[in-house]
Design a protein around this ligand. Structure first.
Ligand SMILES: C[S@@+](CC[C@H](N)C(=O)[O-])C[C@H]1O[C@@H](n2cnc3c(N)ncnc32)[C@H](O)[C@@H]1O
Length: 280
């Protein structure tokens, strides 16, 4: 397929700026609770004041300065953005999708671990930009945050991500709304709601051209690889968001590669993301 990249580029650049809120940077950050450095009195008084304000739809905020470099590599705090992954990893995602379209590598696109949906919204946008109507975008998440470690893998023992439900548990309705904001919620988008260990083994996916992992944990990464890597077409791309940032994720990828004798070198995307092209 010959790609009209010059025509698609302005739309996709605008999408990346919107999804990361680089176009209208956040200037206020909700002040969730006092830090430990504050006086103990602040700990006691803050919930009372914030509870009172919330009743009339008000929150305490502090001003923040937008840092373009941090948004470039997805390392800053995001009150409003639709994705955590930053420009470099969005650029990588675009590059991989354009390659599989150009080379006619068969299969759908999936992200396992979507949060507010931004990377999946971008996948759908790239398909739209190239009028690709035969591939689907699979959006896999619990939509209630990370699982509590269940003892299957000792690498996850003690991990406390599951406690961060209010920050990481974004409902499927909210993610659908986020797709709709960009006019990208349609039949080519499919949701897989539930824990990866339950949804991925029976997911009605035949082939994948892009497999993007962003589930943070050893178990979430391993469940995704064990259930989906065999469906990735040769020439398709495996992308791992958390390889540099999270030891458990890195260990799962290394263990899987060793067990399956995958020797294709990994390429670095930025300080945490890696990817490789599946060999025949
Ligand atoms: C770091 S966030 C994903 C960020 C997202 N890719 C983006 O573009 O901003 C991790 C997500 O993985 C999901 N998750 C992690 N492990 C999971 C599992 N085993 N089953 C289902 N969802 C999981 C969480 O609910 C959360 O939404």
């Amino acid at each position: 397929m010959e790609l009209q990249t010059a025509q698609a580029a302005p739309y996709l650049e605008l999408m990346k700026k919107c999804l990361t809120r680089s176009i209208f940077p956040e200037t206020l950050r909700p002040f969730a609770r006092p830090t430990r450095s504050l006086h103990p009195v602040a700990w006691a008084v803050f919930p009372l004041i914030s509870g009172f304000l919330e009743k009339s739809n008000r929150v305490i905020c502090r001003r923040v300065k937008f840092d373009p470099a941090a948004r470039e590599d997805g390392s800053d705090y995001l009150p409003d953005a639709d994705t955590m992954i930053g420009f470099k990893r969005l650029n990588n995602l675009q590059h991989c999708i354009e390659q599989v379209l150009r080379e006619n590598i068969p299969g759908d696109l999936i992200e396992t671990g979507v949060w507010r949906g931004g990377a999946c919204i971008f996948m759908r946008a790239v398909l739209k930009a190239y009028a690709e109507e035969n591939r689907r975008v699979w959006v896999a998440d619990s939509f209630e945050g990370l699982p509590r470690p269940d003892g299957r893998y000792e690498q996850d023992d003690g991990d406390a991500h599951w406690t961060q439900k209010s920050e990481l548990g974004i409902s499927v309705e909210q993610v659908e709304t986020n797709f709709s904001k960009y006019g990208l919620l349609d039949d080519q988008v499919r949701f897989l709601k539930g824990w990866f260990k339950d949804t991925l083994p029976t997911a009605p996916i035949e082939k994948l051209a892009i497999l993007r992992l962003d589930g943070d944990l050893y178990s979430s990464t391993m469940d995704s690889l064990q259930n989906l890597y065999s469906k990735l077409s040769p020439g398709g791309y495996l992308i791992v968001d958390d390889y540099g940032a999270i030891g458990g994720c890195r260990q799962a990828v290394d263990d899987f590669r060793l067990a399956n004798r995958i020797e294709t070198p990994m390429e670095n995307i930025d300080w945490t993301g890696v990817y490789w092209k599946k060999q025949a």
